[in-house]
Design a binder for this molecule. Sequence first.
Ligand SMILES: [Zn+2]
Ligand SMILES: [Zn+2]
Length: 389
Amino acid sequence: MPDKMAKLSFWGVRGSIPTVDQATWRYGGNTPCLELVAPDGTLFILDCGTGLRLLGNRWAETYGEKAPEAHIFVTHYHWDHIQGIPFFAPLYAQQNHFHFYSFRSEFLGRDSLKQVFETQMAHPYFPVDLSAMSAGREFTEVSGGDQFEIGATRITTRWLNHPQGCLGFRFETSTGTVVYATDNEPGVPQLDQNLRDLAAGADIFINDAQYLPEQLATTRKGWGHSCWPEGVKVAEAAGARNLVLFHHDPDSSDKTVDNILRDAREKFPAVWAAAEGMVMSLGEKRLEVVMPAARAGLRREARFHARVIGYTQEGRVFEEDTVIRDLTLQGALIYLSHSPRLQSELEVMLEAPGDQGHKDSHLRLRGYVVRLEPGPEKDQTTVGVVFTE
Ligand SMILES: [Zn+2]
Ligand SMILES: [Zn+2]
């Protein structure tokens, strides 16, 4: 029997506003929404950005008309964290039931999140009103410094530094701790301490990494966000094991996020860049990270000899000759005896068919490892790569 794990799925990772431009496809354009399934089966949703719509659709495929009961945590009321609510299909079915947790906003007063629901769906902003939302909804007010249990998971909350307030959440499950701390700007000592408290010894520490360090120091100062060196600093100070860079700026292309990730990994090896569809499973002694099938275009079966240069899980460079059997204009599936690291760079030199040996006929492509699976043969890995140049 496989051991029980906490499973964390990323449905939306983009900050501020959804993006649909192609330059942001690989990491994804939906705004924050995470799904955490605790080892005891308790279901949590963290934030209700536009990624929530996809989660609702997936649930319909998985569970049919009766959605599972879930505990939904909203960090704050900025658009990018609530915009998915009216598009979460399970809210429109009477047999469903959800528990919402969020703080009392000084601008809204009592029942803040309830008011957000009503306002979001008020005329003339939305075609149907709140009465169409027939699922049972319970609202619980939480505040910074709270601690409580849901199922076998202990939840701790802390205030973060963000305009109009934002809560960070720590989820301690039986197989490990996940900390969700987005929308936070460093620089207020007490709130910086809050972040370190939340992140203490976390297995997965998800942190705001919206800006480049130079932006945070100048034009974006005071906007309520952070950058990767701050995340690394907190992860190191708090003894967090894995850092996930989150809330990517809408103006950051995939290439920009690649560069941020590369810089961050030089300082702190266990860094990941949150990507839509990424799933992190946390067992007692291990973390598994998988990515979805690359959103590549038409696949073509092929047979190209190729030399592949990449980095192993341990960060060593490897070189291997292989045959590529599945190719698109955006990427390829490659079978390797090496297991490269997810989100690491990979160089692929393709040889045109029939041209073996002719040095000039090489096509040199560089890309990122976006998918790892056991290969068709023993001791083989199927590696999905998206080409970036
Ligand atoms: Zn945000
Ligand atoms: Zn915000």
